[in-house]
Design a protein around this ligand. Structure first.
Ligand code: KIV
Ligand code: ZN
Length: 515
């Protein structure tokens, strides 16, 4: 087998596979913000979306391709000329571009989903790669549901697409069925059996249904010889998610003596990336999540604390600051001026498009500083997200809220909000103040949507922290997440509910590539 390089490519698919999580859809501006952060993180390839999914996806990929210079930009496409042409068009402005085309190869998917014979799938896969080659030399091919596909058939398909010019062969464990040793060995056997396998870089793409995505990815690399890992920030992705970027990268770094692979990631950008993705999607990070969870570096037990004070290596295998945790420092306050605010935005990597946007965000900052003594980085990130949401979707807008709750009394909420600029004052009662608030809004908005998730998360430490609320609504098969932040969690809930209604109102329809 050929000599393998020591360079491991990190391919981030937060903006594509991550966005396929129910409710995680992002706007163009949000995607651009995340893409810029991924560039700062130095990921090698950013899968920016699926161009044929919707006009919004197409435009987001194009904008990212025009903005990001240091990472290769990739679009997913099914194995047909229309999808591939759309991907090529969206990627045209990119400094470096990749088309990622895929077709299912497992008996189940071919028969039940595609209703195609294996030979037809083989022809379509080869045609797709040949067609894509006219747009770029960087072509990735994925046999979807590879870990449940027949090996002989995989060999024929993969040999065929490499002969047509595929430069990366990705092995997706689409349904999270694989287990590490078998997964790694299958990839190794395929590489041995396929005569032209050394003409392509092999890649792994693992879903986390059995909690094995990171372990499978690492086995794919160490046993199988893969040199690209596909992953997402916070492990975001369909169902139980994908391989978490922060976990594979820190495993490779922390155990570099064993893995001996070069990874180009700037690990100090991991925590800022995690916070940004969580804030934008409304998917809170569980406290005990490896690397990026709030407790990942907290030592509660007396024995551990004592050990850490004597020598931190006693209980710590990584340093919090190496992955971008900073002491929760107060960054700005009531008296901070516009220049200090603007500088902090720059330091956080937040680029607002115009002076008008800076002014609007500064206005929100002043309002917040009037109500909250200490402003942390997390507060600034939340208020910028809020402002961007407001700029993009102005149909429903929060104005004010009053509520009364008392032990033994039914809570009452009075919410003032506008619909297309027209203000409404609505009252509602409910089991608790949040319920009363939602009932007040629904009394006027009458969306008919079903609330499927409500979660509250403290943005920073202490009871003075802003509460960040996520409300997930479902209506006619569409699922959206709304996020709102405020020192008053009832206000945050009203904002989150209105933000979700705005997303439902925007009616952005997307096609899921894998359906
Ligand atoms: O999980 C999967 O199979 C995918 C492919 C499109 C790579 O996301
Ligand atoms: Zn996937």
């Amino acid at each position: 087998m050929s000599n393998l390089s020591n360079r491991l490519i990190i391919f981030d698919t937060t903006l594509r596979d991550g966005e396929q999580s129910p409710g995680a859809s992002m706007t163009k501006d949000e995607k651009i913000r995340i893409a810029k952060q991924l560039e700062r993180l130095r990921v090698d390839v950013i899968e920016a979306g699926f161009a044929a999914a919707s006009q919004g996806d197409f435009e987001s990929i194009k904008a990212i391709a025009s903005t990001v210079r240091d990472s290769t930009i990739c679009s997913l496409s099914r194995a047909n000329d229309r999808d591939i042409s759309r991907a090529a068009e969206a990627l045209a402005p990119a400094a470096r571009k990749r088309i990622h085309t895929f077709i299912a190869t497992s008996p189940l998917h071919m028969e039940m989903k595609l209703r195609m014979q294996p030979d037809q799938v083989l022809v379509q896969a080869k045609n797709a790669v040949r067609f894509a080659r006219q747009f770029t030399d960087d072509i990735e091919f994925s046999p979807e549901d590879a870990s449940r596909s027949e090996e002989d058939f995989l060999c024929r398909v993969i040999e065929g697409v490499i002969a047509e010019g595929a430069t990366t062969i990705n092995f997706p464990d689409t349904v999270g069925y694989a287990v590490p040793e078998l997964f790694g060995e299958t990839i190794r056997r395929l590489r041995e059996r396929i005569p032209n396998s050394d003409k392509a870089i092999w890649s792994v793409h693992c879903h986390n249904d059995l909690g094995l995505a990171v372990a499978n990815s690492l086995a794919g690399v160490m046993i199988g010889g893969a040199r690209q890992i596909e992953c997402t920030i916070n492990g975001l992705g369909e169902r139980a998610g994908n391989t978490a970027l922060e976990e594979v990268v820190m495993a490779l770094r922390t155990r570099s003596g064993y893995y001996n692979l070069d990874v180009g990631i700037d690990a100090t950008q991991i925590v800022p990336a995690s916070k940004m993705v969580s804030q934008i999607t409304g998917f809170a990070v569980q406290p005990n999540k490896a690397v990026v969870g709030a407790n990942a570096f907290a030592h509660a037990s007396g024995i551990h604390q004592d050990g850490i004070l004597k020598a931190r290596e006693t209980y710590e295998i990584m340093r919090a600051e190496d992955v971008g945790w900073t002491a929760n420092k107060i960054v700005l306050g009531k008296l901070s001026g516009r220049n200090a605010f603007k500088q902090r935005l720059q330091e956080l990597g937040i680029e607002l498009d115009s002076e008008a946007e800076v002014n609007a965000a500064f206005g929100r900052f002043k309002e917040l500083a009037d109500r909250k003594a200490d402003i942390f980085d997390e507060d600034i990130m939340a208020l910028v997200s809020d402002e961007q949401q407001a700029q993009e979707s102005e149909h429903y807008r929060f104005v004010s809220l009053a509520q009364r709750s008392e032990t033994g009394e039914t809570p009452l909420a009075k919410v003032v909000f506008s619909i297309d600029g027209q203000e409404y004052v609505c009252e509602g009662r409910g089991d608790g103040p949040v319920d009363a608030t939602v009932n007040a809004i629904e009394g006027q908005a009458a969306s008919g949507a079903e609330l499927v998730l409500f979660s509250v998360n403290a943005i920073s430490n202490g009871t003075q922290s802003q509460g960040e609320v996520t409300m997930r609504l479902s209506k006619e098969g569409r699922i959206v997440n709304g996020v709102g932040a405020d020192p008053d969690i009832i206000v945050a809930s009203a904002k989150a509910y209105l933000s979700a209604l705005n997303k439902l109102h925007s009616k952005i329809e997307r096609v899921n590539p894998q359906i």
